[in-house]
Design a protein around this ligand. Structure first.
Ligand SMILES: NC(=O)c1ccc[n+]([C@@H]2O[C@H](COP(=O)([O-])OP(=O)(O)OC[C@H]3O[C@@H](n4cnc5c(N)ncnc54)[C@H](OP(=O)(O)O)[C@@H]3O)[C@@H](O)[C@H]2O)c1
Length: 282
């Protein structure tokens, strides 16, 4: 039995789908099964919350491997700790943690994934750590601006990133959870090319058949927007610092880890845009 936390999210839902299609037994966690939407037939859906240790322990009973994913924010270390404690108590053999590129290199004291990575490495379970780059699906946030025909705000300038298709992250996760040869390994998962926000706008525009412009957003304006949207101050600080890092070229990283694990090249941003064009509803 494989326990998937974050099962309703970007990577988790795709991971559940692929695991179920391969005939694996899957238990999917959500805080609210009523709102979780449909999982494939045979998938067990259980209510659990990272802030409720008893619910996590129940969910971990009879499980062989756990996929650890939490929503981005300063709470990630606490959530990781809670999942690992339940996994240890339930005798789970293996954990795969969805972390983030750049973990361990941050100097601003906001390395959300580092405590969980360290706990995993010394936690007594077999482990694999996945550090993905920026998700291609982040561009879904552009849909409103594209539909309205206004430029997409860009706080990252011309900074390039190894933007990755979440479906590739899910496929690597499947192998890390079910195949041998991945224990004790940290993978940095990127797409096959380093591309900037204007590059992505141009590619998406080609796929959608319309011109998509971007407009530069200063750090102060970006901070003001995120704060006005009611986001956690710790989240806002990290997002603004992250955008600055990207703009300065600090995340222009491309690795071959996806191809090494999957035996085929990582999908491009153009592949992702083509597969998801309907989500932009233009
Ligand atoms: N987006 C990127 O470019 C990027 C890049 C690198 C790494 N990452 C990492 O990827 C991870 C996923 O980010 P995402 O934005 O794509 O989020 P997501 O996976 O789409 O959504 C977060 C998931 O966490 C679950 N969750 C949240 N709080 C919970 C709680 N208290 N108890 C149980 N489950 C809870 C939610 O489940 P329910 O709502 O169903 O309960 C949901 O399934 C983050 O750790 C982020 O740091 C993201």
């Amino acid at each position: 039995m494989i326990l998937v936390t974050g099962a309703t999210g970007t990577v988790g839902r795709e991971l559940v789908r692929v695991l179920a299609a391969r005939g694996e037994r899957v238990r999917a966690i959500t805080r609210d099964p009523g709102k979780a939407g449909r999982f494939p037939d045979g998938v067990e859906t259980v209510r659990a919350d990272f802030t409720d240790p008893a619910s996590l322990l129940d969910a971990a009973k009879g499980v062989t491997a756990v996929f650890m994913l939490s929503a981005p924010g300063p709470w990630i270390p606490r959530h990781d700790e809670a999942v690992l404690a339940a996994a240890r108590e339930a005798g789970v053999a293996k954990a795969v943690k969805l972390s983030a590129i750049g973990t361990g290199a941050k100097t601003n004291g906001q390395d959300w994934h580092l405590p969980g990575e360290r706990a995993l490495e010394s936690g007594g379970l077999a482990w694999t750590i996945l550090r993905p780059s920026s998700f291609a699906s982040n561009t879904l946030a552009w849909a409103e601006a594209i539909r309205a025909g206004v430029p997409v705000p860009n706080p990252m300038g011309d900074g390039a990133q190894g933007v990755i298709d979440p479906a590739d992250i899910a496929e690597v996760s499947v192998l890390a959870l079910t195949a041998s040869g991945h224990d004790g390994v940290t993978y940095t998962l990127t797409g096959p090319e380093a591309i900037s926000t204007p590059d992505m706008a141009e590619t998406l525009g080609r796929v959608l058949g319309r011109r998509i412009e971007t407009v530069a957003l200063t750090s102060d304006d970006y901070r003001a927007r995120l704060t006005a949207a009611g986001l956690d101050p710790g989240f806002v600080r990290t997002a603004v610092d992250g955008a600055r890092l990207v703009a300065s070229g600090g995340n222009a990283v491309v690795t071959g880890d996806v191809e090494r694990v999957l035996g085929r090249p990582a999908r491009t941003f153009a592949d992702w845009a083509t597969a998801h064009r309907a989500a932009f509803d233009v």
